[in-house]
Design a protein around this ligand. Structure first.
Ligand SMILES: NCCC[C@H](NC(=O)CCN)C(=O)O
Length: 410
């Protein structure tokens, strides 16, 4: 027998599921359209316009296109219910929609956009007729571009886009379902070597070979990797390696990603990597310039209460959560969001064994069969939001978890 409150919550959860099911074709067409028109970080014009149109067609949403960034947007709804003058509880859902060079939506960000939109539309349906919620509730959907590079969420944080948001939800496609999986810190390093050109056959002794510096740098890092802790990562590419074999390269450029679970480890790794890059310059007589083109992405802070609510809602919908998720673990600018607003970023299965950042994953992210899993994830997120907006004790626990997780980072 359900108590009155539980009955009301269940009713709201049923409402949101019905609403998401009723919009399933429209939602699939939204993510399929984004999938069919892949755009790189910062250039997501089509995706931005499509999402803006999606929310604008329902005039109860207030939509701001180009919100603080050219391809970001904001859609807000509410507030409803609660007492006059009570603080409003603002529930945020995030949509990502950038793709990868050459391989399109190989990380399934089109599905992240769909999950965010579906969960928000579902929550609106659940809240629409409520008059007795503990606090007035509003919904904010933020379109957050440029996750794969540039750190769009970090720019939005700095521009104040998260200042009035109380809770934040998004979910990311992976190989398994997991309510939490630690995403690690990432810092990018751009390394430029400057040498001196010369004819490679006629006057090689006049040249200073920037490609030799790049190759040595790459090798130095490969040797360093043997001495790193198992959960540290460093990997890179040579972005520019010269122009022609008979011109001694005067300029080369490498891009490296450095990753560690903790900030203090990142400082150690940076120092070691820099030593490798500078040694290569010394050995070849090149000048070196090392910069960090993108702000650091932080690790994701866990929120035990939100994770456990998400799991129980997910299980009720048939989601299987492996005991030890071995799923995808990269880095994300959601990590920075998790340091300023309590939130969750679960991972979800999309009916494929393919791995993120492969062409096979791109196929899976556009496939019809990913839809069941995508919309089920949206429902579980939205149901989790219902639990928190209906129950002040849960809201308090979520906030306590957030404070505790931050303290543990110190
Ligand atoms: N330059 C930042 C790279 C972030 C990237 N993020 C992901 O793959 C997560 C989902 N897109 C990474 O390499 O971890």
């Amino acid at each position: 027998m359900l108590s009155g409150d539980m009955e009301k919550r269940q009713q709201m959860k049923d409402d949101l599921q019905r609403c998401i099911d009723a919009h399933k074709d429209e939602l699939h067409s939204l993510s399929r359209d984004i999938w069919s028109n892949p755009e790189l970080a910062g250039n997501e014009k089509h995706a931005h316009d499509r999402l803006v149109r999606f929310f604008s067609q329902d005039q109860t949403w207030t939509v701001q296109s180009h919100y603080k960034l050219p391809t970001a947007f904001k859609a807000s709804w509410g507030p409803v219910s609660g007492g006059v003058g009570d603080p409003v509880l603002n529930v945020g859902f995030l949509c990502e929609y950038d793709a990868l060079p050459g391989i399109g939506h190989a990380c399934g960000h089109n599905l992240i956009a769909e999950v965010g939109a579906a969960a928000a539309v579902g929550l609106k349906a659940a809240l629409e007729n409520q008059t007795e919620l503990p606090l007035p509730v509003k919904i904010t959907v933020l379109g957050t571009p440029a996750e794969e590079e540039l750190g769009g969420k970090i720019e939005l944080i700095n521009a104040g886009a998260f200042a009035d948001i109380d809770l934040v939800f998004m979910a990311h496609p992976a190989q398994q379902d997991a309510s939490f999986h630690p995403c690690i810190i990432i810092e990018e390093m751009l390394v430029k070597y400057y040498g001196k050109a010369s004819h490679a056959a006629a006057y090689p002794w006049e040249g200073v070979n920037a490609l030799d510096a790049a190759v040595l740098a790459y090798s130095n890092i490969s040797v360093l990797r043997q001495q790193l802790k198992p959960d540290w990562r460093i990997h890179g590419i040579i972005k520019h390696g010269g122009e022609k074999p008979n011109i001694i390269p005067a300029y080369t450029e490498l891009e490296f990603y450095l990753r560690t679970p903790l900030l203090k480890d990142l400082c150690d790794l940076k120092a070691k990597a820099e030593a490798c890059f500078r040694a290569a310059a010394g050995a070849t007589g090149c000048q070196v310039e090392i910069t960090a083109p993108t702000p650091t992405y932080y690790n994701i802070l866990p929120n035990a209460t939100l994770a456990s609510l998400y799991e129980s809602n997910g299980k009720a919908l048939g989601i299987h959560f492996p005991e030890q998720p071995t799923s995808f673990c990269g880095s994300t600018d959601f990590g920075n969001v998790s340091f300023i607003v309590p939130g969750i970023h679960p991972f979800f299965y999309i009916c494929t064994d393919a791995l993120n950042h492969t062409e096979e994953y791109t196929e899976a992210a556009g496939a019809e069969k990913a839809q069941l899993y995508t919309l089920r994830t949206a429902k579980a997120l939205s149901m989790t939001a219902v639990d928190v907006v209906c129950c002040p004790d849960l809201l308090k626990k979520v906030r306590d978890d957030f404070r505790l997780a931050k303290l543990k980072q110190k």
